[in-house]
Design a protein around this ligand. Structure first.
Ligand code: ATP
Length: 234
């Protein structure tokens, strides 16, 4: 479904991604792991058309999207839930959700999609008239995911959905991500919670200093000596 082939990405003169290649197949939940600064967010932004790619290609459903601007990439069905959530704090929960479904197809199905989002996140239904900025951190993260779903994503890209949350909420968010994938949405997830995300995913890639250095199933990587030493402190 998504094929990233040998991409290089730079900020001005400073190259941060080197020959990065990976794939996400339809229906999969794939995780990108890596330490702070390894290039995970940069990779997601390159896919979403928010950063220019210097070399290499990105294909989605057989179409070359390497040079497409962000709104075109989103229109094709790649929906990016960014780190830090970027909600509209003074708009209500419901209004934030509506903002997720601006493309015609999503807009036409707005009502039924919102019903599904409320089934997945009952707290959003309870708080639909509350200003988003007054929600707790975990609720805001759920709203960000819900808003992403309102766009009817073919591929949902999530950047550290568990960032800054207490352990019990991290667990909840991971369960929701699993449910979303179980409902047929393909997911590409960036995470720092190594054990939980490897347990959850079908496959994962490890980025170090802007390069893919390892790949495998979640189980394989949990048993990999380098992953154990570098990410699990074993
Ligand atoms: P984190 O988990 O801390 O978010 P990350 O793996 O997502 O890290 P990136 O945010 O992709 O890493 O950053 C990769 C490298 O690119 C880092 O060295 C970072 O300092 C650099 N970088 C990121 N954004 C910019 C920018 N706008 N201008 C210059 N350098 C940047």
């Amino acid at each position: 479904m998504l094929k990233v082939q040998g991409i290089d990405v730079s900020y001005r003169d400073i190259q941060v991604l080197w020959d990065v290649s990976f794939e996400v197949n339809e229906g999969e939940l794939v995780v990108l792991l890596g330490a702070n600064g390894s290039g995970k967010t940069t990779t997601l932004n390159a896919i979403s058309g928010l950063l220019p790619v210097k070399k290499g290609t990105i294909e989605f459903l057989g179409q070359d999207i390497t040079k497409l601007p962000g709104y075109k990439v989103a229109e094709l069905g790649i929906i990016h839930v960014p780190e830090g959530r970027r909600l509209f704090p003074e708009m209500t929960v419901r209004e934030n959700l509506e903002m997720g479904s601006l493309f015609p197809e999503a807009k036409a199905k707005r009502k039924e999609t919102m019903k599904k989002v409320f089934e997945l996140f009952p707290v959003l239904e309870e708080r639909q008239n509350q200003e988003a900025g007054t929600l707790s951190g975990g609720q805001q993260q759920m709203l960000a995911l819900g808003r992403g779903l309102m766009a009817l994503p073919k591929l949902l890209i999530m950047d550290e959905p568990s960032l800054g949350l207490a352990p019990v909420l991290v667990k909840q968010i991971f369960e929701k991500v699993k449910d979303i994938n179980g409902q047929g949405v393909t997911v590409l997830l960036v995470e720092q919670n190594v054990v939980q995300s490897l347990n959850l995913c079908h496959r994962a890639y490890v980025l170090e200093n802007g390069r893919v250095i390892l790949q495998g199933s979640g189980k394989e990587l949990l048993e990999d000596p380098h992953v154990k030493e570098a990410y699990l402190g074993m």
